[in-house]
Every structure is written in structure tokens, then in C-alpha cells.
Design a protein around this ligand. Structure first.
Ligand SMILES: Nc1ncnc2c1ncn2[C@@H]1O[C@H](COP(=O)(O)OP(=O)(O)O)[C@@H](O)[C@H]1O
Ligand SMILES: [Mg+2]
Length: 376
């Protein structure tokens, strides 16, 4: 199919690929995407998460700090991994008729408004699947004065905006970020920003204290008691209290943060530390929403990302937002693990249709632009 055929096709079958800051694995979402006026309809065709191999995860971790020969190699290794795993998945699930792939890539470094680098060479996907691949979504927004992140708010708007009620979409990946979706009938702006840690500190602590990649279901945290005094101190963190726009990464809320605030993790009872960090995640989300968003207008908070499966964090969120109901994105047919991969599938479709994908009110860009680059 030519690019002009794709542009004119009403429903595009897109593969969306996401590898987030948690570095847990590759989320693959296949969806039929249809733009209809100011909203998008989607039908999920398939979804899976493929865990990174131990070696690839370790290589990515090291590549976050350079050196350039490693970054270069991982750029290609990831590209091969994306292509192989996507091809396997499509074959196993007997999914055909793919129109295009949209891949976010693995963020190696993000300097808000100045520079950003997502790696994973798209040529392998284009070669193996023989369809166009849209990638590198953040650069174009930065080129016109935007922060380059977050990009998901416009997708939230297309998928989840309501006529008469405002909602907040909260994604709990490694980092937590929110989208404020005003009601369609209001004249408020769409907004969105990172609130602080999502699961990154919890994963880091689970790794050190339990020797596991995560605290399954948040069970260990649920058996502990949060240390209110420590959490109150962490809540004074300069990123948590900063005014939006703001974005952060694992380079901040990761090992360096734990080292700064907790001199020796082994001084803590592991359950109590996980309970405290769960509360910190939930409270930093809540305080940011209360301080910087018109929370009184908000009907519901829609949670996605792997954090939706951590019951300790979810319970803390319910307590912190006593007046607003908390639901997970499955309520709207979006598996919480799948949300961001679906988001990039939709942004990839927007590219093919020539529809701008950034939100100037969120990123500060001077105008709406089409995001992404094409490999054919
Ligand atoms: N079953 C589970 N129990 C507890 N936590 C989970 C579970 N599944 C996912 N998570 C949490 O979600 C994180 C991954 O979320 P994800 O949305 O993939 O983040 P990212 O976009 O940063 O990769 C894991 O690192 C873990 O902390
Ligand atoms: Mg992930």
C-alpha cells in the first residue's frame, strides 16, 4: 500500500511498541484505529508484553550512562529485538494485514525542551514486517520550543475525553504522569506533567531488599506500615514541589534518589520501606493534582501502567484522593499494561494521516505539528 493509500484509509491496523522507563520489557499492542472528528475509535486486536532478556536489560541500564560504543550497539540490538519479537507475536497470534508500526523506542536521555534520545533502530522492523515504521516522536515538538514530553495527553483526549465532566488520566510506569482532561464543553486547556516517582523507587527497593524485579501485587508493601515522618520529608523533594511544566526520569527517581534520601536501605524493615515508598508515590500524585489542577472539577481518575497492579499503591491512592473515584483503564477497554503502546499506535496513525500529535498547552510548543519520522 502506498503512503497516500494509508493516508486515505479509514481504519488503520497499527502495531504500537512501547519500552518505558521501568525497562521491564516491550509492550506490543495491535489495534485498529479510526479517527472520527475530534475523537479516535479503537479496537484491540492483540496485546502482549515480552520481557527483556537479562542481558539486554543490563545493557540498557549501562547504556543510560554511556559509553557511546555501548549506546550504538544497544540501539541496533533493541531494533533487532523489536523486530524479532513483534514478528513472533504476530505469527503466533495469527494477526495479519498490518498497515504500519509505531515505536516509541527506549529513552536514553531526556533534557526537557532541549534534547532527547530514544533508541532502537527502526530499519529492522521495516525489513522484517515490510510495512512503514513511524518512530522518534519527540524531536519535532522540541524543534518548535516544546518540552517533547509528555505526548500521551492528546491520545487521552482522543480516547477518553467526556462531554460534561473532567477526568484525570494517571499513568503509573517507572515515573508517574497525569493528564488533565477538561470536559469537552468547557474552555479549559488540556494539561499534563510528571508528578514524581511511579514504580521506579519501589522496583529499585524490591530489587535490593527482596532480590525480585518487583513486589508482586504490592503484597510485601501491604504487610508493612508507612513511616509518615520519612514520607513527609520526601514530599519536600524539589521535583515533587516544583510547578509544572515538569518532566523527570529514572536518572532522577532511581538509585541516585534512594542514595540521597535513604543512606542505607538495609536499616529499614523491607515491608515498611515498600509501604512508605508506595505512600510517597500516591501522595506525590495527589498533592500535585490538588495543587496544580482544578481537582474540584474532576469526576474520576483513570489509572494505567503496571502500577495499577500494585494494590499497595492503589490503596494509598484511594485514601489520598478520598473525594474522587479511582478506576483502572480496563473500565474503558484499555488493559493498564497496554495503554502507552496503544497511545503510540494512535500517534503513528496520526502521523500517517497528517494529523498533529503534540499538545502545545502541555509541551509549550509554538504550534501543533505532526510527530514522527518514517522508515519505509
Ligand atoms: N503484577 C504486578 N504486581 C506489582 N507491580 C507490578 C505488576 N505488574 C507491573 N507492576 C509494576 O509496574 C511496573 C512496570 O510498569 P510499566 O507500565 O511497564 O512501566 P514503564 O512504562 O515504565 O515500562 C513494574 O516495574 C512494576 O513496578
Ligand atoms: Mg514497561
Amino acid at each position: 500500500m502506498t503512503l497516500s493509500d494509508l493516508k486515505n484509509k479509514q481504519t488503520l491496523r497499527m502495531v504500537g511498541l512501547m519500552t518505558g522507563t521501568s525497562m521491564d520489557g516491550l509492550d506490543i499492542c495491535v489495534a485498529d484505529v479510526t479517527f472520527a472528528g475530534d475523537s479516535v475509535q479503537f479496537r484491540t486486536v492483540g496485546f502482549t508484553t515480552v520481557l527483556f532478556t537479562e542481558k539486554l536489560r543490563e545493557d540498557i541500564r549501562q547504556a543510560l550512562a554511556g559509553p557511546t560504543h555501548l549506546v550504538t550497539r544497544v540501539h541496533y540490538d533493541l531494533g533487532r529485538f523489536y523486530a524479532e519479537q513483534t514478528d513472533h507475536f504476530l505469527t503466533d497470534a495469527a494477526i495479519g494485514d498490518i498497515d504500519a508500526v509505531a515505536m516509541h523506542g527506549q529513552t536514553i536521555h531526556h533534557i526537557s525542551g532541549e534534547a532527547t534520545l530514544q533508541i532502537g533502530e527502526p530499519s529492522f522492523l521495516a525489513e522484517v514486517l515490510t510495512v512503514p515504521v513511524v518512530s522518534d516522536f519527540r524531536a519535532r515538538d522540541i524543534s518548535i520550543g516544546g518540552t517533547g514530553a509528555p505526548l500521551i495527553p492528546i491520545v487521552d483526549k482522543w480516547l477518553l475525553q467526556r462531554e460534561t465532566e473532567a477526568v484525570i488520566c494517571l499513568n503509573l510506569g517507572g515515573i508517574a504522569n497525569v493528564t488533565y482532561l477538561p470536559a469537552k464543553n468547557s474552555n479549559e486547556d488540556l494539561s499534563g506533567f510528571d508528578t514524581g516517582p511511579g514504580m521506579a523507587l519501589l522496583d529499585e527497593a524490591a530489587n535490593h531488599l527482596l532480590g525480585d524485579v518487583l513486589d508482586e501485587g504490592g503484597n510485601k508493601a501491604l504487610s508493612g506500615t508507612p513511616d509518615e515522618e520519612a514520607v513527609a520529608h520526601w514530599m519536600e523533594d524539589s521535583f515533587v514541589i516544583a510547578k509544572p511544566p515538569k518532566s523527570t526520569g529514572r536518572d532522577y527517581f532511581g538509585p541516585a534518589w534512594l542514595e540521597k534520601y535513604i543512606s542505607d536501605l538495609t536499616d529499614w524493615d523491607s515491608s515498611d520501606l515498600l509501604a512508605s515508598l508506595s505512600l510517597f508515590t500516591a501522595r506525590s500524585v495527589a498533592v500535585n493534582c490538588q495543587k496544580f489542577l482544578p481537582i474540584q472539577n474532576v469526576e474520576e481518575i483513570i489509572v494505567s501502567g503496571g502500577g495499577a497492579y500494585n494494590r499497595a499503591v492503589m490503596k494509598s491512592l484511594e485514601k489520598e484522593f478520598s473525594l474522587v473515584s479511582i478506576v483502572t483503564s480496563d473500565t474503558f477497554g484499555i488493559d493498564p499494561h497496554m495503554k502507552e503502546a496503544l497511545g503510540f499506535a494512535v500517534l503513528g496513525a496520526a502521523y500517517l494521516k497528517g494529523i498533529p500529535g503534540n499538545s502545545p498547552s502541555v509541551t509549550g510548543a509554538s504550534r501543533p505539528v505532526v510527530l514522527g519520522k518514517l522508515t519505509v
